[in-house]
Design a protein around this ligand. Sequence first.
Ligand code: CAA
Length: 386
Amino acid sequence: MKIGIDRITFATTDRYLDLRELAAARGVDPNKYLIGIGQSEQAVIPPTQDAVTLAAQAAAKLPAADLARVTTLIVATESGVDNSKASAIYVKQLLGLSDFVRTIELKEACYSATAGLQFARGQVALNPSEKVLVIASDIARYGLGTGGEVTQGGGAVAMLVSANPRVLEIGNHSVALSKDLMDFWRPLGHSEALVDGKYSTQVYIDFFQQCWQQFRLQTGASLADFSALLFHLPFTKMGKKALASELGERDDADAQRLWAALAASQVYGRRVGNLYTGSLYLGLLSYLNHGAAAAGDQLGLFSYGSGAEGEFFTGRLVAGFADYVDHPDAALDQRQAVSVAEYERLFNAQLGMDSADVAFDLDADPAPFVLAGRKDQKRQYQRNNH
Ligand code: CAA
């Protein structure tokens, strides 16, 4: 049975920071950000948005008829809003899904959406009529003036998983790898990540190589079998480093095809920043909209989450896939640019980890779903009344 992604949608906030302005404010050569890191813009997250509202925003772009058939909702996130309650329950409520839906949250840094997809495949294999909604939703926060600041971002990717999918049939063979490492983590009580930045990039490449080489050994696959290799993109340069670890100085037809595909997969990430667990899938969407993607092509996907876990898996594009993928270019163009001062104000305005009641001003956020604040230690989510 063919199982995979039947539809894919993406949402981020309505505002962004131009990283040339951030470079000027931090006294850094802008080319370090634009070329060295490979980022041009970064999503700015108002306090009225979090992993729950962004997840709902992305999923609400799916047709109502598809949402009505969802039997399991998986929210993959490392930006969870509660140590106990699954963000998927809030998302289910905001979307108005039936109460007879299984709802669960998955966590393993930037990897968990891939686990969500694999679990969804299992669910559909057991009951082919099921539609499982997997949403990857995160806000990447490192802190003002930190080394990781230029690699922040946020947003969500929603993927409907079904039998006979209309976008991407996911291959049955994959290689997953996990090891107990401290390259990036967020201790309980911290709203910003801690990271050993350079080490994290080395671990990422090492995991890619181990997963890919194992996959090659087990399947006999070669680069010629893939029209694209897609990577988790915490910043777009990371994909370049990973692909270079395999291609080196090669400039043959395989290398040229894979470099062109990588460039197409980086278009959206360059403008939004890190989505953590959604980044690989934003890269997929970017490739589908901007690359030379064709029905029948096989894609290789490398998922990486710090801590650490990696997986190399494959997908085959289905004829007519373009009709079932989101086209977010216009929405990205329409975002409002904010100053560094405004970005810093919004960064510091997020709902803290104390217990005080808070009521946010909702007038400044046109998104369909918002976090209105906190009352009696309960987060207050609502559809926006605009
Ligand atoms: N013009 C062009 N390039 C320039 C430049 C200039 N003026 N100045 C510097 N550069 C280049 C450097 O040569 C360097 O290139 P290479 O990496 O190819 O050598 C690049 O810009 C970055 O410069 P630095 O190494 O000096 O950057 P840094 O010390 O500020 O740290 C970072 C960069 C480690 C990525 C940091 O931003 C960070 O810690 N980010 C968060 C961690 C992260 O994203 N890790 C990725 C792997 S982990 C993961 O994938 C999970 C996840 O999502 C977090």
